[in-house]
Every structure is written in structure tokens, then in C-alpha cells.
Design a binder for this molecule. Sequence first.
Ligand code: NAD
Length: 336
Amino acid sequence: MPTVLVTGGAGFIGSNFVRHLLATDATVAVINFDALTYAGNLANLADLVGHPRYTFIKGDVTDRDQVRAALQRDVTDIIHFAAESHVDRSIQDSGPFVRTNVIGTQVLLDAAREFRVKKYVQVSTDEVYGSLGATGFFTEETPLHPNSPYSASKAGADLLVQAYQHTFGLPAVITRCSNNYGPYQFPEKLIPLFVTNLLSDIPVPVYGDGQQVRDWIHVLDHCRGVEAAWRTGTPGEVYNFGGRCEMPNLELTKLLLRLLGKPDSLIRYVEDRLGHDRRYAIDCTKAERELGWSPQVSFDAGLAETIAWYQANAAWVATIKNKDYMSYYEKQYGAM
Ligand code: NAD
């Protein structure tokens, strides 16, 4: 039986991935290795407690001994989601980003070599490519040009993966995906932040002129892409995933206001994020051609389902929007 070590499985995408994999493949076992930082939440996987093919290990990817002990459980493959993932926090303090995203990846790569894993998947981001003008798309050939401490730390990790693949023949692939949305996303990212604020009639902070363009993809489409890259991706290759759904942030904000029946007066324009990338857009034809993958969830349906999920899971939101969250929020946005 393949035993997949999923790092960061208690976070947003990792938890959706673990649930997806266990539900769709009865021949696989999953070990979720997660440090449970502010973004890690075992409630995201409460439905899997007691599942016969699921194990949780609390561990830090920067800790060599903990990583080696986890791999000793007959791990065959590693899918590496664990990261510090929020750009704004990387601007407040880049230290944890370099530690987890760069050093953590190096520790995992060493362990992957030592234990001769069959496949190593590095879950990366389109943000490593930098920012686009009004036209064009990121392909897998686009040079890396990260602009934030977050994306720089992810790019550093990607380069290490490529170096280990080249130097040691590690069977590694890299995936780079655009902005995800869906259930269990920590409400610091745009869609869950705005939806959960609006459900409580709290204003929403729009950076600068709100004309930054992002490409949105449903988290399950991303999970299916990572799965395809794991199963059939060619070692040494990079695969981009995107939702073919570009939208300026302000347009998305107004769409959320409309869907929730809230007035535009709840918009608060706040000072733009430092170094804010203007536009991301993904060319994902390589993944379509070589992995037989394509995005399945329409943005309209996915967004409606996501809003309904946050409405139905007010208790989950309430436990997250605690004292620590509020102190981060006030530091980031001030009094709105
Ligand atoms: P998240 O912040 O929701 O979850 C990160 C998880 O990693 C948490 O469970 C956290 O506890 C865990 N973690 C953090 N540091 C750790 C450490 N040192 N050791 C072990 N576990 C640790 O992040 P997410 O949005 O689910 O993103 C997952 C991955 O996907 C990241 O690598 C991110 O860069 C990438 N990605 C995210 C997006 C997006 O839109 N969210 C898009 C493309 C790629």
C-alpha cells in the first residue's frame, strides 16, 4: 500500500487534499505531518478521526529527527504542502517563512533521499513568477522573479527541489498554482476574510485601488492537480495549475457583497500592501496536455458553495477569530 506523508495536512489545501485522497483511493494510506501553527487546525479533519488509513503526527518540517521518525513508518511518497503561506505576515516578519519554507524543504529533501521515496511533490505557487502586466501568462518557462518575502522563500524552496532532482536524481516534481478558495481556508486570505466579515456586517479592507488581478481556482481542482502530478508527473518537471478565472480584487469584492446582499458602504480602502504584485495569470496547458488535468469547478458554483460552507460553519470561524487573530488583524488593517 502506498503510504503518503502529507505535510501541512491540517491547513487549508492540505486538509482538502487528505480528505480527497482517502475518499477516492482505497489503496492509499496517509500520514498527516503538521506542526499545528496558527494556520493548522485539526478540526479541519475532524471527520477523519479513527479512519483506518489515516494517521496524524504533530511535527515540524524543520526538525530532522521528527521528520526521520515519520519517514520510518514505511513512507513511500512525500507531498509537501506545509508552509508559512500568507504574504502579509511575511511582510510583518519574514523569519518564520525562511525557516519553514526554505529550511523545512531542505530537511524534507534530505529525508526523501535517505529513505528513497518513490515520488516527492513540492506544492508551490504562481507567486514565484512575480507580477505580470496587463497581458500575458505565466508558463513553466517563465523566469522566477519573486517579489514578497513569502514568494522568495517559496522560490528558494523550488530551487532546492530542482537542485536535488538534478544532483541526486531525486524523483521530484513541482506544482505551481494560482489563488485557491474553498472550505476550511483560514480567514486571513481574501475570500474567507471578506465572507466571514460580511456575514457579521464588518467592513472589508480593500488594498489600494483594488485593481490587482488574481486567478481563482477551487481547492479541489488544485488537489486533483497535485494528485495527478504525484501519480503521473515526470520527475524534474514543473506543472502550473490555474482556474482560468481572472478577476480584479475590487470586482470580486463587489461580487461577494452582491451574493451576500450587503451594501458597498462596507468597503474600506486601506493603504496598499507593500510591493503588491499587480497581476497573476496562469497558462496551465502543460498540465492539461501531460497530466490530463483540467479545472472542473466553475467559479459561480464554487463560490456559492464556499459562501454556504462559511455560513454553515460559524462555530469553526468563531474559534479561529480569537485573540491572536484579532491582534494580527488590528496590526495589519488598523481600526477600520
Ligand atoms: P495554510 O497556511 O492554510 O496551511 C499551512 C499548514 O502548514 C498548516 O497546517 C500549518 O500548521 C502547517 N505548517 C506550517 N509550518 C509548519 C512546519 N514548520 N512544520 C509542519 N507543518 C507546518 O496554507 P495553504 O493555503 O493550505 O497552502 C498550502 C501550500 O500550498 C503552501 O505550500 C502554499 O505555499 C501552497 N499554495 C497555496 C495557495 C493558496 O491559494 N492558498 C496557492 C498556491 C500554492
